[in-house]
Design a protein around this ligand. Sequence first.
Ligand code: B12
Ligand code: SF4
Ligand code: SF4
Length: 435
Amino acid sequence: MLKTFHSIVLAKFAKIKRGQKSSEKINISQAIKNLIKAKALAIGFNDVRFISTEPLIKSEEKFLKWRNKGFAADMNYLLKENPINARPEFLLEDAKTIIMFSANYYSPCPPRPSLKHGRIAAYAVGLDYHKVLRNKIKLLLEDTELKTIFAKSKFFTDAVPLLEKSFAKKAGLGFRGKNTLLISRETGSFNFIAEIITDLDLKPDVIARSEATWQSISSKEIAAPSSKARNDEPITCGNCTRCIDICPTNAFPEPYQLDARKCISYHTIENRAEIPKELSKNFGEWFFGCDLCQTICPYNKKAEASLRGVSHAALAAGSDDVAIHSFSTFPEFRPEAGFGHWLNMEELVDLDISTHKSIKSLQASLQGHRYIDKSSLIEINKLLNNSTEITEELLDRIFQIKFAKTPLLRPKRKGLIRNARIVLGNPTQSQQAHN
Ligand code: B12
Ligand code: SF4
Ligand code: SF4
């Protein structure tokens, strides 16, 4: 029955696409949206919204001002002369609609196993979200019912300099926190943002408040985060400044603005050069990324509490699977899929050329390392058995095998060794806001 309805809708939509006028256009547009949304939620996305590709001129102005202050550090993709950040039409000719997706990746962090362990930000405890989300979206684009209508579409997540948080905010996926992140009232900020840009002409979901209105709403300081917020209430940070206060490197010169040059996340992931000591001495346990301005946020604490509530109820009812399912929608984002929240920093130091003098000693150390895939160690051993001396190339290859499919590849071997040495040099700091 449902299938027949979908087929009729798709046939009608194909007719509209061919340019034939139809008074049913709006209803069909809604039906198509419902179909896409239902399938995306079934795949595991937390939320799906539709907006037009209209450029976000005000966001572009703010972005350019932010960049002129030097806050983008040396991130080349943000420094391009003709930025596309606020103009999705540059990414796809005839683009009409952006379908915005959010996917939760939260998992609670267990206590630090030892002072030799460095902490990995929650977004990176599992597999690389770029690949995971691409595969999930592929399921949607190749769905038998949907593939005919997605003729001209492109998928992105974090791959192009598009102001994803601004588009997500406009689509109604959340509001903008003073930590600059997109925060959903229901699920907090531990959500990835992804989007399909398409030539499908679908009616936008929400007539978003203009960005000017958003700014005035923020400055009205309506209320401190409260569990009593109703669905129709504008949600903001109110008087809260917890994220700004907790940042150990003072990376927020003002609310809603981040100076990447001071952010642990920038330095441990994007920066390829030396990290100034006066900053790195404050990195504490953070070895890859940083979550402090999120873990402290009341919206995340509220989201976690409500998720735990769900798990407890479900556990009481006899289900032991919900505790895991409640946190991270996709199994690929859970700690057991990757290196988890903590990694022994000595595993990185072992990959420094100065650490081991012989292949035998390197090989012996590598047997005690953690791998996310059993075949990794077999492959590494094969490589070592065919090598006569330790070279930078050999160590790079081992690094790539060990961290394959995870976000930890990004700073490259030397970047991760640099981070490991920083954490090992900051051993006395206790675990910060560990959940
Ligand atoms: C560059 C980048 C970074 C940089 C810079 C971050 C930043 N805040 O700009 C660094 C490396 C530091 C970084 C860190 C992280 N990142 Co990052 N990053 C990006 C990337 C690629 C571009 C962001 C960007 O364009 N920044 C430029 C600034 C100017 O943009 P903006 O924050 O939107 O700027 C607005 C505000 O500053 C505001 N504004 C400016 N001036 C003023 C003045 C006033 C008065 C007001 C009210 C507003 C205002 O207007 C601007 C335009 O709308 C996006 C992916 C993407 N394509 O969007 C991911 C993205 C933002 N990152 C993400 C994540 C997960 C992280 C980390 C949590 C990872 C981690 N745990 O280490 C941290 C969080 C740090 C933080 N508090 O932001 C997610 C965030 C998801 C979410 N829920 O918001 C994104 C969206 C990736 C994704 N697809 O999911 N990231
Ligand atoms: S990610 Fe960490 S260092 Fe960066 S702004 Fe947030 S709290 Fe500060
Ligand atoms: S910690 Fe407070 S100020 Fe920061 S984003 Fe959360 S609610 Fe807003």
